[in-house]
Write a protein that binds this ligand. Structure first.
Ligand code: GLY
Length: 350
């Protein structure tokens, strides 16, 4: 098992390894003062891991209730969020009780936002069951729901009390979903870690899970430590996301987040090479790795369509958007770009 400590407005441990789910109960009990735990999960994950999580909590002397919602991004909405808050109230969770988010990014975001707001904030534990959640969304305290006007438009920064990542849970992931998570792993390697990039070049999808997840979490820990509230360096984690969001939104969210991030990363890499921000070799290496794990690198949408959707994203600040651009593998920077120049930048990378 690898343990990483995150220091932010709250200090907590991220535990990564095989066979950790049965240890959930004692670890939640050890957080102290808890009597009741609400497990929040979705209709894909609950049938696989709900019973094991519930049994472990019971054996640790905790009483439980479970809120299971229909799997999918559509559920990360105001209606499910209010249902969850009502469920917590009906089950009389108190300020000392705990929510366990058992699932991928949607579960973590929704459960985390409920934890941030129920009774003005109760503790929550992340148990990520997808690669994307393990390497990115379960760590760092971003929680949110979507609004009709866009993704993640209502949310809060709220750090978990513990992240328990059982790498065995990734065994049940459909390959396509695992690949989606790889987009975030590749993103981390491009941002901070050339040796990790080379390891992925060598191993493709068959990388050492505990080690690679731990490497990504360690980088995220450093970023969150430096900029918990996303005012500076944390924005680097948006590599591929702003333009990718355009592709995701243009597809009416039928394109998965990971594939959209892959397309966005490839577009900014090609544009950065054309502008002389990175070498053509860097852009080619990025595209080669994305293609090796069978992620897409092109879109049929126009630069105007992508820019319009990308700019409706919350990452915009006034008349400028900070695009994240690679300078080399392992080194990226923020490129403040006037909103009316974003289309031209995207066009250079199509
Ligand atoms: N997922 C990007 C961040 O946590 O900032």
């Amino acid at each position: 098992m690898t343990v990483i400590e995150v220091s932010a407005s709250k200090n907590y441990f991220v535990e990564i390894g095989s066979g950790l789910l049965p240890t959930l109960g004692p670890k939640v009990a050890a957080l102290g003062k808890v009597q009741k735990v609400c497990i929040v999960s979705d209709s894909n994950v609950w049938p696989l891991y709900g019973a094991a999580a519930d049994a472990s909590l019971h054996m640790a002397g905790l009483s439980t209730c479970a809120f299971v919602f229909s799997a999918g991004e559509e559920s990360k909405c105001g209606a499910t969020y209010l249902e969850l808050l009502n469920f917590l109230a009906e089950n009389r969770l108190t300020r000392s009780d705990i929510i366990v988010a058992l699932g991928g990014g949607v579960v973590g975001d929704l459960a985390g936002f409920a934890a941030a707001s129920y009774l003005r904030g109760i503790r929550f534990v992340q148990v990520p069951t997808t690669l994307l959640a393990a390497v990115d969304s379960s760590v760092g305290g971003k929680t949110a729901i979507d609004l009709p006007a866009g993704k993640n438009l209502a949310g809060a920064f709220c750090q978990p009390s513990l992240v328990l990542c059982d790498t065995d849970c990734l065994n049940s992931l459909p390959e396509d979903i695992f690949r989606d998570g790889c987009a975030e792993v590749i993103k981390t390697a491009i941002l901070f870690d050339e040796p990790l990039f080379m390891e992925l070049v060598r191993d493709g999808l068959h990388f050492d899970r505990e080690r690679v997840i731990a490497a990504c979490v360690a980088h995220k820990r450093d970023v969150v430590h430096a900029d918990e509230f996303d005012r500076g360096v944390r924005q680097l984690l948006n590599l591929g996301h702003t333009v990718g969001h355009g592709a995701e939104a243009m597809s009416d969210f039928t394109l998965s987040h990971g594939k959209a991030v892959a397309i966005g990363t490839a577009i900014v890499a090609r544009a950065a090479a054309k502008r002389g921000i990175c070498s053509q070799g860097t852009a080619t290496r990025i595209m080669w790795l994305l293609e090796k794990v069978e992620l897409p690198i092109f879109t049929h949408h126009t630069a105007a369509e992508l820019a319009q959707m990308a700019l409706s994203d919350k990452k915009r600040s006034g008349d400028t958007v900070n695009l994240v651009v690679p300078e080399a593998i392992g080194r990226c920077s923020l490129l403040p770009t006037p909103v009316d120049a974003v289309e031209e930048f995207i066009q250079a990378g199509l």
